[in-house]
Design a protein around this ligand. Structure first.
Ligand SMILES: Nc1nc2c(ncn2[C@@H]2O[C@H](COP(=O)(O)OP(=O)(O)OP(=O)(O)O)[C@@H](O)[C@H]2O)c(=O)[nH]1
Length: 405
């Protein structure tokens, strides 16, 4: 179950909508490309050569190797465009290079989804890079061989084009549309950072190759694309630091940051799952993880506007800004009752922790809650300590209850 408090920048709508809006803005501005000085032109042409390697490096640093691979492919395709596609497409070898690049690029970006999220220099990463290299060599050989023949008949017969809109054959435009749709569907289905990265890469390479007749299109579109990939990676690093990976809600670091800025009236609640060790021991660690995710999502949903954090282990913290202790009791009781009444259907993995051996069981869990407001306490850490003491009392009073300071 997914947590309910996903920030806008990580939502599927944002990950889908923001590149689309930028792409539309870019398309709308295509006819109005300003006259650039030669220095600005050189700078613009150089930007993707600088930004994509940075994206490869950051992707490796933040364990996002699929984003790194996408950046490598885009860097290579940009090099091909700048080196071999600056002559008119009426030249046979240029046309062949353009067609092969437009065909292979979306296919390779699709393949990346199938690769495991490992570092670049592991077996799957090296194998993929070798396949890219092999494609490059085979394409070069094919282009130099086929350039000797007149292929205009084949071109017209099989790759029908609309020269007024695009130099790209309709079949390849359709391939781009299909792969963009697929990447978009994956964003809405599972919303992983690399789904966003591959969607961006396919979208902007499609724009470049479809509207190839516009001057500087590759430099502008690839620069926007590399900046979006970098933004995606920076977002990932923030997520790694501040979001708890298991439950998807903010983690301890977020809580520590928030505590520094707490002022005025506020209250803090500490929530602890009862007999959680027993869950792990009886049903296995994976079931324990499922329970943690579920409890996090129930608390995040019920807490309304209050901020929820995973404090660590099976403990959660809620910060109620602007609320005195007494004002939080009703909501906390609601959370406690909500969790204890939840008909848990969990996959019990037993001793052998494989999904195949798992069976569904129905059970219930309870939580104990300690609450403290900041009345007469001078700093947030002491308030949290007081809430923790109240939680301890809730445990020793028999669990499944809310106790205030
Ligand atoms: N599955 C899973 N278990 C965790 C995680 N973090 C901590 N735990 C387990 O949480 C359990 C906490 O157990 P205890 O602190 O003894 O508390 P308890 O069993 O909940 O008992 P009371 O708090 O006294 O009701 C330990 O078994 C930890 O291994 C996690 O991320 N996943």
């Amino acid at each position: 179950m997914q947590p309910f408090s996903i920030p806008l920048s990580r939502s599927a709508f944002f990950r889908f909508g923001s590149p689309i809006l930028l792409a539309l803005a870019l398309l709308a501005g295509l006819h109005r490309v300003p006259q650039l000085s030669s220095t600005s032109e050189v700078l613009l042409i150089s930007l993707p050569y600088i930004l994509f390697p940075v994206a490869v490096f950051l992707g490796e640093l933040f364990n996002q190797s699929r984003t790194s691979l996408a950046a490598i492919i885009l860097l290579l395709s940009y090099y091909i465009i700048q080196t071999w596609l600056q002559s008119p497409l009426s030249i046979q070898s240029t046309k062949l290079t353009y067609t092969l690049l437009s065909l292979l690029l979306p296919l390779n970006l699709l393949i990346i989804h199938r690769l495991p999220e490992r570092r670049l220099l592991t077996r799957s990463g090296i194998l993929f890079l070798f396949i890219i290299f092999a494609q490059f060599i085979c394409s070069s050989v094919a282009i130099s061989y086929l350039s000797a023949f007149d292929l205009s008949m084949v071109w017209q017969k099989y790759l029908i084009g609309f020269p007024l809109i695009s130099r790209l054959p309709v079949a390849i435009i359709l391939l781009f549309i299909a792969s963009i749709t697929l990447h978009a569907m994956l964003i809405f289905k599972r919303n992983q950072p690399h789904d966003h990265a591959l969607f961006i890469s396919t979208l902007f390479s499609a724009i470049t190759l479809t509207f190839f007749q516009f001057p500087m299109i590759s430099s502008v579109a690839y620069t926007v694309c590399s900046l979006l990939l970098l933004t995606n990676l920076i977002n990932c690093s923030h997520e790694l630091a501040y979001i708890d990976q298991l439950t998807g809600i903010p983690g301890r670091r977020s809580l520590d940051t928030e505590m520094k800025y707490l002022g005025g009236t506020y209250s803090i609640a500490m929530i602890d799952i009862d007999h959680f060790k027993k869950f792990n021991d009886t049903y296995g660690h994976k079931t324990g993880d499922d329970v943690l995710r579920l409890v996090a999502s129930i608390i995040a949903k019920e807490a309304n506007l209050a901020k929820v954090y995973r404090y660590g282990g099976e403990e959660f913290t809620i910060i109620f800004k602007g609320k005195a202790q007494a004002d939080c009791m009703r909501l906390l009781e609601q959370i406690r009752k909500g969790i204890s009444a939840y008909p848990l259907k969990i996959l019990a993995h037993q001793n052998n922790e494989t999904t195949k051996d798992a069976q569904t069981i129905s059970t219930n869990i309870t939580v104990s809650i300690g609450l403290s407001g900041n009345h007469n306490i001078d700093n947030p850490h002491s308030v949290l300590k007081a809430a923790d003491k109240a939680l301890y009392r809730a445990k020793s009073n028999g669990r499944n209850q809310v106790v205030q300071r």
